[in-house]
Design a protein around this ligand. Structure first.
Ligand code: GDP
Length: 193
């Protein structure tokens, strides 16, 4: 059993597709054990997207560079640099600005292999590469190069914890133990008989 954090980002709330997204998680059997609507304070957003987590910052920068290479775009022309760390830090500031700009819905979902299952349902980061049937593949078509030119994050509707370590950290960051609940779902009963 794992718990994972999902943030339904401002674009999903503003488009009125929050219910559809939650339904997809519920349909596979994931249990909602925490839920809150919040305008994230900047401090919380900076902890969620930590500037000092090299792996996260450089990882985002490298993903952007790879994507540009594939599309034959010169990163220096659009972002003024081809340094993955500098690009990652720039993306981090856009993410903090976006996530704090409007209400979001934070969820903790629980289930066997919840982290992997949620990432599968969410789909690939870039909407153009997210498979049909996934949340991002079915509901988003934003482009990374267009987002970069506009100096904003790709609008891809949700955040989902990437691994166990990240999930434990993020669940603890957004929820107190008292805000998490336990109850039995029909899916649990089916798995134990
Ligand atoms: P995720 O775990 O699939 O959300 O992807 P990442 O952790 O790599 O990136 C975090 C968020 O940053 C993504 O969900 C996007 O909103 C945004 N993002 C990622 N890559 C890019 C990019 O190349 N350009 C822009 N503008 N935003 C990006």
């Amino acid at each position: 059993m794992e718990k994972s954090l999902v943030l339904i980002k401002p674009d999903a709330l503003q488009r009125g597709i929050t219910g559809d997204i939650i339904t997809r998680f519920e349909k596979v059997g994931l249990k909602i054990v925490g839920a809150k609507m919040i305008v994230a304070p900047e401090e919380l957003a900076n902890k969620h997207y930590p500037k000092d987590r090299e792996e996260f910052i450089v990882g985002m920068g490298n993903k952007t560079l790879e994507n540009y290479k594939e599309q034959g775009i010169d990163p220096v022309e659009i972002l003024g640099t081809d340094d993955p760390k500098k690009i990652g830090l720039e993306l981090q500031s856009w993410l903090v600005e976006f996530i704090t700009s409007s209400p979001i819905l934070a969820l903790v979902l629980e289930g066997p292999h919840a982290i992997e299952v949620i990432r599968k349902l969410a789909g690939f980061t870039l909407p153009s590469k997210a498979e049909p049937g996934t949340i991002r593949g079915d509901y988003s078509f934003d482009s990374s190069s267009y987002a970069n030119i506009s100096k904003r994050p790709i609008r891809n509707l949700i955040h989902a914890s990437g691994n166990l370590e990240e999930a434990e950290f993020e669940v603890g960051l957004w929820f107190t133990p008292q805000e998490l609940f336990d109850y039995e779902t029909i899916h649990q009963r089916h798995m134990t008989v």
